[in-house]
Design a protein around this ligand. Structure first.
Ligand code: AMP
Ligand code: MG
Length: 399
């Protein structure tokens, strides 16, 4: 049985990033960049005023004080967006607004609140420091600087910067289409009446919801009965139509667990089976040509947790992401976390807004009430205990 770290390494080693496509800046949000992007221009692109006020020559105001006010001629008005502007000479200043280009000769802007205006003259009662209230060309971003690197994620902040640089389209990796399959004779579609012994199929929706957060384009396939032929046919179709195949159920040791056999019959290569985690031991991973199969256990919490730990990184790496970790945060334990078993336990927890974390409820692998109450997972080592008050890392699968 593999440890989680080894399983993650083996899974990631098998993934190749999908090809890139060009998308508009707004569509690029949350996508992974496929090529380094350099700034095509300086930001600011030209020296400009940070204030509504008067562009001046510092030397002209050297002697200015309340007792000795200095008068300068207002030689021009420069609204933002002005194209050609004249230089200001000694004894002159220019009326400027936030974003107005600084005229040649000016080396500071005095805010209008500090200036008294008389017709075409401005009166100054204070000195000004060189480049005060001037935004200098290139002080934010220099032309040619790499502003986002291959493998990084586009955030709202990146969109803002790229927009200011005039970039309207960028190359990002394609998002993977992910076939989501569920096996089990006992499973009914939600919305249908249940017969005795049947349960509602819930893993497909849950996995689609979770994996979409990582950037997957989920496609739900019909429920597969526990029959070898039908399992093989469903897998065949899923591999034909999608970039990645994720199944739930049918990977344990029961005689009705057909996913592994069906996959082998298709020519699939089983890379490994079983990982030393709780919940979720019977996870299987295989490859069929270029494509991959993640076979998750059927128990809904096991399926969810193994998807979070092992499929999430696959989805990100398929998109070319360098960082494939789930978001995480440090929090202070408000409960004691005890794991008496010989496998590490990924416990369902809830972190509050003040960074305190407590158990979300019943931790059995079928218990969904605690999964719904949880917003994260805590990794408690085999035979280990985490005391109250300890700071620990929480993997966040939901806000
Ligand atoms: P299996 O891994 O197929 O042995 O399933 C383990 C447990 O999870 C059984 O109690 C199944 O009924 C349940 N289960 C399997 N698949 C699903 C599913 N898609 N939705 C809800 N429960 C499931
Ligand atoms: Mg089953």
């Amino acid at each position: 049985m593999l440890q989680l770290e080894e399983a993650r390494e083996r899974v990631l080693a098998a993934v190749r990033a999908l090809p890139s496509e060009r998308v508009s800046l707004v569509e690029a949000m949350q996508r992974i960049v496929a090529a380094d992007l350099a700034a095509p221009l300086d930001l600011p692109a030209f020296d400009n005023s940070a204030m509504d006020g008067y562009a001046v020559r510092v030397a002209d105001l050297k002697a200015a004080s309340a007792e000795n006010p200095v008068r300068l001629d207002i030689s021009q008005h420069i609204p933002a967006g002005t194209e050609k502007i004249a230089a200001i000479g000694t004894g002159q200043c220019a009326r400027v607004f936030t974003g107005s280009p600084a005229p040649a000769g000016a080396d500071a802007v005095v805010m209008q609140e500090d200036v008294v205006r008389e017709n075409n003259t401005a009166i100054f009662r204070e000195t000004v420091k060189p480049w005060e209230n001037v935004r200098l060309q290139g002080e934010d971003v220099k032309a040619g600087a790499v502003v986002i690197k291959t493998g990084e994620r586009v955030t709202a902040g990146t969109v803002a910067l790229l927009g200011a640089l005039g970039i309207s389209e960028i190359a990002v990796h394609r998002r993977p289409t992910v076939a989501i399959l569920a096996t089990g004779n006992e499973l009914r579609e939600p919305g249908q009446p249940l017969q005795a012994g049947e349960i509602y199929e819930s893993n497909r929706a849950a996995l689609a919801a979770l994996l979409a957060e990582a950037g997957a384009l989920p496609r739900l396939f019909p429920v597969i009965p526990d029959v070898l032929d039908e399992t093989r046919q469903a897998l065949r179709r899923a591999f034909d139509e999608c970039d990645l195949v994720v199944t739930s159920g049918g990977v344990s040791v029961g005689e009705l667990d057909f996913v592994k056999d069906a996959f082998r019959e298709l020519g699939g290569k089983m890379e490994f089976w079983r990982v030393a985690i709780r919940p979720g031991k019977p996870f299987m991973f295989g490859s069929l040509g270029e494509k991959l199969l993640c076979g998750l256990p059927g128990n809904p919490v096991s399926a969810f947790v193994t998807a979070a730990m092992l499929v999430w990184p696959v989805i990100l790496r398929l998109q070319g992401a360098r960082d494939v970790e789930m978001p995480s945060q440090f929090a202070i334990a408000d409960d004691v976390f005890i794991n008496k078993t010989d496998r590490r336990h990924l416990m369902r927890v809830r972190v509050d807004g003040n960074g305190h974390v407590s158990l979300a409820g019943l931790q059995a692998s079928h218990a969904l009430g605690s999964l719904a109450a949880a917003n994260g997972l805590v990794d408690v080592p085999a035979g280990g205990m985490i005391e109250r008050g300890v700071t620990l890392r929480v993997l966040r699968f939901s806000a």
